[in-house]
Design a protein around this ligand. Structure first.
Ligand code: C5P
Length: 245
């Protein structure tokens, strides 16, 4: 699969390359590229190694740049252009950029898609938040699920269709946004897999998230910290076998 084709993904799993050096990242890519749907890099690798490294990854598989841009519209658009030019197929922004910015991004996404497939994914509420840990300035009368719905509506009304949410919100979002591309981190086999050091709070297993309506899943530590990352990803794929949308 090249960076210029996003669908069909080989599997619904994006492997989050949450490591500090390119050698380790490339080793994981080489070990798992025939099983993964794509690879995700965040600021940790993007700032360290920049566009050349991103281009290298994009030659292997669909590249997902997860730097969650949140800024004034011109800056967000310029950042997305740079991600697009690095060969990325997916890139994240915060859904809370506001409807003016989101509408501008929908136009930009359409422009990019005239050249090749590219999807902007708007992050609703981070999977590390729980009801009692959301920022103090958020309306206290609203649940996380309600915040996610409001943000998702704003994103889709602006003309975008890519959303990132916790697995626990997928079912409700899918009901309201049938055609959305729903990406879900916070994937854990079961509660015992969420170690104290893990910061994910609103989690589900891969098959539960897909059954709820997720399009693609992001998995980092359950693969990266496994004794054999390739086997961990193969197990995840096995766990969703027989899954039908
Ligand atoms: O290790 P784990 O599977 O928890 O990794 C999840 C990945 O998804 C991390 O790279 C994290 O930055 C990213 N992510 C997230 N929650 C969001 C958006 C992205 O956990 N809402």
């Amino acid at each position: 699969m090249t960076s210029t084709s996003a669908a069909p993904m080989r599997s619904p799993f994006f492997v989050a390359l949450d490591v500090d050096d390119e050698k380790t990242a490339l080793k994981i890519v080489e070990e798992t590229e025939d099983l993964a749907g794509g690879f995700k890099i965040g600021p940790r690798l993007a700032y360290r190694y920049g566009q050349d490294f991103a281009k290298r990854l994009a030659r292997h598989s669909a590249l997902f740049v997860d730097c969650k841009f949140h800024d004034i519209p011109s800056t967000v658009k310029a950042a997305l252009k740079s991600a697009f030019e690095s060969g990325a197929t997916f890139a994240t922004v915060h859904a809370s950029n506001g409807s003016h910015c989101l509408k501008e991004l929908a136009k930009l996404e359409a422009e990019f898609n005239r050249e090749r497939f590219f999807k902007i994914l708007a992050v609703t509420v981070l999977t590390s938040f729980e009801e009692n840990s959301v920022p103090q300035n958020w309306a206290p009368s609203k649940t996380i699920g309600e915040h996610v719905q409001i943000l998702a509506d704003e994103v889709c009304n602006a003309g975008l269709s890519g959303l990132v949410c916790a697995p626990t919100e997928v079912q409700a979002l899918r009901a309201n946004h049938r055609d959305a591309f729903l990406v879900t981190p916070g994937i854990r086999a079961d509660k015992t897999q969420t170690k104290n050091s893990d910061d994910q709070k609103r989690t589900m297993s891969a098959s539960e998230a897909l059954t709820a309506g997720a399009t693609a899943l992001v998995v980092g530590r359950p693969i990266l910290e496994a004794p054999k990352p390739r086997e961990a990803l193969a197990e995840l794929i096995k766990s969703i076998n027989g899954f039908k949308k």
